[in-house]
Design a protein around this ligand. Sequence first.
Ligand SMILES: [Zn+2]
Length: 351
Amino acid sequence: MVIAAPPDPAGLVQDLRAFLDETSAEVPGSVSSRNGRRIVNATTERLQRYFRALERAMPRRSIAALSAQWAQVIPSDREASDGEVAQIEQQARAIISPSVDALSDRLETLLSENGAVAYTESARQVQDAAVKEFGLPAPEVPQFSCPARFVEVIPGIRDLPVPEEIRQFARAWSTGRVVGLDETSLTELSETIARALRQKNRGVADVARALRAKFDSFSDDRAALIANTEMNSMMSTAALEKGLSLGSTQKTWITVGDDRVSQQICEPNEADGRIDIRGAFGSGHTNTPGHPRCRCSIVTLGATRASVAEGVSPAGQQSFLRLVGTTAVIGLIVEPILRPPPGEQEVEPEA
Ligand SMILES: [Zn+2]
């Protein structure tokens, strides 16, 4: 959404609210938009397959051997000490690490491809909305679109290649994300093994059961959490950069407006109203997501009919592609991604 600056800054959020039917579901470039949710769902499914592959890749014999060994070392009638638990964790980590590493490329490819689609789709939505808003003719240069296999996922999308600039940015971005995600997986899995071996009357079967439950929660919860958070990051980055290229000078934070929105981060950011497009909101974020599972989005403002016309011209499209990824500040996402701080977690959007 690119909207000319209204005369009343204080009423801005209220005006937008009324206009957007009190939800960011209609905000172009929002993860809560219909296509945004489709992208999140497609990413969730790929992540679920990745986690199942990781489960199959677990070195079961080595984990069983480690478990059997510790079950013998520690008398079954007492709990493992903190020192012993730490040792188990360290050894489990060493055993599991190669499996996580072996699937790193797959995770990176997944995030990079879906991230590129999310970015592309968001930029397309923002541009289409601006062109429509100012009553401009359709741009001469066809708007880039998504690869063939996303055409089914996202109706109305043409099968055009994602521009190389967006691919490159998505690749660089996903490399950074995967390091953190792998670290969280390793920590979670080695802690799971150590916890199962802490209890009295421990056995190999306890470890197997605990790992199984952990992978179930990876598939059920963590996949959706990662998909939502990371695709939000890509879509809001695109909305911001597309907005800049269309001549926007300010931005505002839009929540979905329900009672599950984070009152520590997202509501105050929305209450900041419009701020400089390169500035930071009260929470320190320059962009959504404000936290894992955040459903908020960014709306840029201040574009004019002339600036949008220039932005969608062939030269403007080229300069947008040069801008891709240059203003992204995506390291501000709250980490670790599996454990959002208490009270800051929004419930996952309904499918
Ligand atoms: Zn939020």
